[in-house]
Design a protein around this ligand. Structure first.
Ligand code: Z5A
Length: 210
């Protein structure tokens, strides 16, 4: 008997890109097309991963070494893939994930300056051949993202970074999109929600009917 296999969709973006609100929208499009979908996030998605998330985003370890941060991201990811993502895909469920390894290239690679080769080694080790089928990158100028995100009350460990860090994150994301045009669709997240979601409609329509 041939095995069913779901599709793996990730959503990425810098600070204040509007991931939360647009993830709900993307989920509704997938469900409306009749696909069972598992919604999850990184870092996190499992009990162990959520504990690692607290270590990564909280303020108990503000001076964490960059390599420790990178390895914790992949430790959480290994658990997430083994317990959650792979089993769901193998059951034929679709998986919609709020951030994945592109975020590691963008934040730990672009933002912190860790080498891409080192990240690629961990990616291959932890994921084997698993890569998203579709990635929607919500892109917007850093100033707009920071002013949108600024409305939030308590910034996490990443949100305390300066604009130059987020500019490097944005540039790294755009390099990924350029290198993987078949997988990554860039959504201009700067205009109002209606126009952002019209672009998402187009990207998802092509994917859902493809
Ligand atoms: N991280 C990492 O470093 N390495 C990794 O490998 C991974 C993650 C996987 C947690 O991520 C942190 O982990 C993240 C990167 C790091 N750090 N940062 N920064 P997260 O995804 O949980 O946290 P987040 O980036 O802070 O995202 P968020 O809170 O889920 O959402 P958002 O995209 O930043 O924005 P939002 O809350 O959906 O929207 C912000 C505001 O803008 C809100 O008031 C909206 O109503 C408004 N908004 C949204 N869209 C619009 C439009 N179109 N017009 C006007 N206003 C809008």
């Amino acid at each position: 008997m041939s095995q069913r296999y779901g599709r793996f969709i990730t959503v990425e973006g810098g600070e204040g890109a509007g991931k939360s609100i647009n993830l709900d929208y993307i989920r509704s499009l997938i469900e409306a097309a009749g696909h069972p979908v598992l919604f999850t996030r990184e870092p996190g998605g499992t009990p162990l991963g959520e504990e690692v998330r607290e270590l990564l985003l909280g303020h108990r370890h503000t001076g964490m070494a960059d390599d420790a941060e990178l390895l914790l991201m992949f430790a959480a990811r290994a658990e997430h893939i083994a317990r959650c993502i792979r089993p769901a895909l193998e059951r034929g469920q679709w998986v919609l994930c709020d951030r994945f390894t592109d975020a590691t290239y963008a934040y730990q690679g672009g933002g912190r300056g860790l080498s891409e080769a080192r990240i690629a080694t961990l990616e291959q080790w932890v994921q084997g051949g698993l890569r998203p089928d579709l990635t929607l990158l919500l892109d917007l100028p850093v100033e707009i993202g920071l002013s949108r995100a600024g409305v939030r009350s308590e910034p996490d460990r990443f949100e305390r970074e300066q604009a130059a860090f987020f500019q490097r994150v944005r540039e790294a994301y755009l390099r990924i999109a350029e290198a993987h045009p078949a997988r990554v669709t860039v959504i201009d997240a700067a205009p109002g929600l209606e126009r952002v979601q019209a672009q998402i409609d187009r990207a998802m329509h092509g994917f859902l009917s493809g």
